[in-house]
Design a protein around this ligand. Structure first.
Ligand code: ATP
Length: 428
């Protein structure tokens, strides 16, 4: 095999403020990065010298250095290049301003900066959130505990696609992993596009804001560290209305607008004057994601939920349940034409209606969220979810569902919420 795949090492010398960019373009390709001398970081997380960092298919990486460094890449066959133009200094300045606000709020015992990152698709919103969170929890930061709120249901960074949620960040993320997930707060939305059920989306936003504000009030350290909120790339029409709704319900102090002057001007025009709106350049290194790549990213995210990552392998279980033993619901009744709508009902009532789903082939491959609500009398829609299973087989003759579950335990008797999001375990 070693003669078939010739693996070459490439060495790179970076001057201060340079950035090495590379991607892992092929399935089964692995690229190994090593910092030989100097200092470097990936999206705000510092690299350790002589440690080997492995990257897998789909990774799009920038290794930045403030001081200069030498790097070694192994296994990389496609493009990799050094760029001298990056917006990292602007991003660092943003972090410094946020840190000043945190110090101030600590002294005055007030809520720390609530920051929201907005912009069209593929401008590096998630990356900027990551950089700011990593900087705020690096060792020279005095015990900051910011909360990362991800309101983009498309990729589902906190949990799986089709959900939105929040997680407290205690330390920088491992270079090639997401933030460690102690007790994330996860809400079932059930779609990957915000526009499909705007009423539900806005309801969940208000709910998350309320829960997080409560947590901040209870814990001074979280309170002064503030929030970093990631948003969706749809910034026109309804998408824009969602952004202003988020800004108002979360009571944001700072909005970082990536790349789009028009959006910047609209937000300055429409939001109260005390909200500081800042326009920031995007990095030219940000890679545009095709629909196919996004879909693969979503699948990979769900696969990771069940099977773990190379660093943390998990062993999911399958279990079989009778149709009659599981209570599956979906949120939002199918829309009915206006003329047929009862006079005392509005479209919004339908969008937050809980509908029982009869088990059957229509459930095949769907992700089901396990609600913390056990009965429909509880506030199922506004309650967070505990985990997920996925339907891997429907046997109508035996009236049985086969479910993939991350845990060996019997499934709890609770309300299961069916998501539009599907995952076919056989598509490896
Ligand atoms: P979305 O359209 O999903 O909202 P986004 O605006 O949040 O996207 P990111 O997900 O942050 O954009 O970035 C897109 C991709 O570009 C990611 O895979 C990220 O790792 C990569 N990327 C970001 N910055 C750089 C850079 N400087 N060099 C190389 N790749 C980068």
């Amino acid at each position: 095999e070693s003669t078939q795949f010739q693996i070459e090492d490439q060495e790179f010398q970076l001057k201060p403020d340079d950035e090495l960019r590379f991607e892992v373009e092929k399935k089964n390709e692995t690229v190994v990065l090593e910092l030989k001398t100097g200092y470097a970081e990936i999206f705000g997380a510092e690299l350790v010298q002589n440690k080997l960092y492995k990257f897998y298919f789909g990774a799009k990486i920038a290794v930045f250095t403030w001081q200069g460094c030498s790097l070694k890449l192994r296994g990389k066959k496609g493009i990799s290049y050094i760029s001298k133009e990056t917006p990292m200094l602007s991003y660092l300045n943003c972090h410094a301003s946020l840190e000043q606000l945190r110090v101030k709020s600590e002294k005055e015992m007030k809520r720390g900066p609530v920051t929201m990152v907005v912009g069209p698709t593929d401008v590096g919103k998630s990356t900027l959130c990551r950089i700011l969170l990593n900087y705020s929890t690096r060792m020279n930061a005095p015990g900051r505990r910011p909360i990362y709120v991800d309101l983009d249901p498309c990729q589902g960074q906190i949990s799986v696609p089709g959900t939105i949620g929040a997680v407290m960040v205690e330390r920088p993320a491992e270079v090639n992993e997401s933030f460690s997930q102690a007790a994330p707060l996860v809400y079932h939305y059930g779609h990957t596009k915000m526009g499909i059920n705007s009423t539900l989306y806005n309801t969940l936003i208000s709910r998350i804001a309320k829960v997080i504000h409560q947590r901040m009030d209870e814990n001074p350290r979280i309170n002064c560290s503030g929030l970093i909120i990631n948003t969706c790339g749809r910034v026109k029409g309804e998408g824009y209305q969602h952004l202003t709704h988020i800004a108002l319900t979360f009571e944001v102090d700072v909005i970082l607008v990536l790349d789009q002057e028009r959006l910047y001007n609209e937000l300055v025009r429409d939001l109260p004057v005390f909200v500081k709106v800042v326009l920031l350049p995007k990095s030219r290194g940000v890679v545009e994601k095709s629909n196919k790549f996004r879909l693969e990213g979503r699948e990979a995210r769900i696969r990771e939920f069940f099977y773990g990552s190379p660093r943390n392998v998990l062993h999911p279980h399958t279990c079989v349940v009778r149709f009659s033993n599981i209570k599956v619901y979906r949120i939002g009744a199918p829309p009915i034409p206006n003329v047929l709508m009862p006079l005392d009902m509005q479209k919004t009532d339908f969008e937050t209606k809980l509908e029982r789903v009869t088990p059957g082939p229509n459930m095949m491959y769907h992700v089901l969220a396990l609600s913390f609500s056990k009965t429909v009398e509880e506030d199922v829609i506004r309650n967070s979810v505990a985990g997920f299973v996925c339907v891997t087989n429907v046997d109508t003759s035996q009236q049985m569902l086969t479910l993939l579950s991350p845990q060996p335990k019997p499934l709890p008797e609770t309300i299961y919420l069916m998501s539009d999001v599907q995952f076919n375990d056989n598509n490896a």
